[in-house]
Structure formats: C-alpha cells, structure tokens
Write a protein that binds this ligand. Sequence first.
Ligand code: ADP
Ligand code: MG
Length: 147
Amino acid sequence: MSLPYFSRGEVVRGFGRGSKELGIPTANFPDSVVEHLPGDISTGIYYGWACVGSGDIHKMVMSIGWNPYYKNTKKSMETHVIHTFKEDFYGQILSVVMVGYIRPERSYDSLDALIAAINHDIEEAKRNLELPEHLKLKEDNFFRATA
Ligand code: ADP
Ligand code: MG
C-alpha cells in the first residue's frame, strides 16, 4: 500500500482490551472505515498525524491488526493520539494520515514487554514525524476541510 494514507471516521467503542489501563488508550474506527483500507495493507504499527473533530493536530501511532471479535477474519484500526486529552472522545470524528510504517504485529511474553514496545514505537513516531516531508502533511488541507 502506498503512504500517505488518509482516513476519517467516528470513534467507536473497542473490545475493552483495557488499553487505557495500560496508559495507552486506542481510539477505534468502525468497520466501515476499516473496510476501505486497501486489501494488501500490511498489519502492524504505523505513525502519522491525527486530529479529533476540529481540534489540534497531534502525532499518533496506529495499530492495524486482526480483529479478535471477528475471529481474526477482519482487520481493526486503533489510533493512540500522542496527547493527553481532558475527556474521552467517543462519537467524535477522528481524522488521521498514516505517513510511515514502524514494524509488524507480534506477540509479547509479558505486559511489561508489550508496554515497552509501544513506548518505543511512540518515541520512533515522534522522531520520524519531525522530518520535513512528514511535517508538511500536518499542514494538509485534509485536516482543515469541514467534515
Ligand atoms: P476502547 O476499547 O473502547 O477502544 P480504550 O481503553 O482503548 O477503550 O480507550 C480508548 C478511548 O479513550 C478512545 O475512544 C477515546 O475516547 C479515549 N482517549 C483518551 N485519550 C486518548 C488518546 N490520547 N488516544 C486515543 N484515545 C484516547
Ligand atoms: Mg481501544
């Protein structure tokens, strides 16, 4: 699949895996948005820019994975926005642009190992997004079009 990839949709409830309890909440897109992904997209961790409603544009990491709810026959898209929000934003429109790929999905031996990996992804995303070609996408009209 070619990047950047732009996507937008309502934030829906996930399958309560307790991401928030890990300190890493992930905003889920509905099936209708996930179904628009190109069929050949690699599962794994992506990074890019995200904005909730007409709010500020923040860095993000996104996991595209196999959705256990559908016995791993469908994909899911979960975005962790690298920002501390005062409140949850279920029901709001999340706009994202995926600009780069970090790594494939994998399983971890412990929760600590998983959390460490995600924090590593977040650091890599923060660093890579400072590249001029990525900063440029933050200014894309996509984020300022009235949804
Ligand atoms: P769920 O299983 O419903 O996705 P999570 O524990 O993953 O639950 O929490 C996700 C929710 O947390 C999002 O839908 C959003 O409303 C809220 N949230 C708060 N801060 C963030 C953030 N920085 N990134 C993503 N979601 C966030
Ligand atoms: Mg989630």
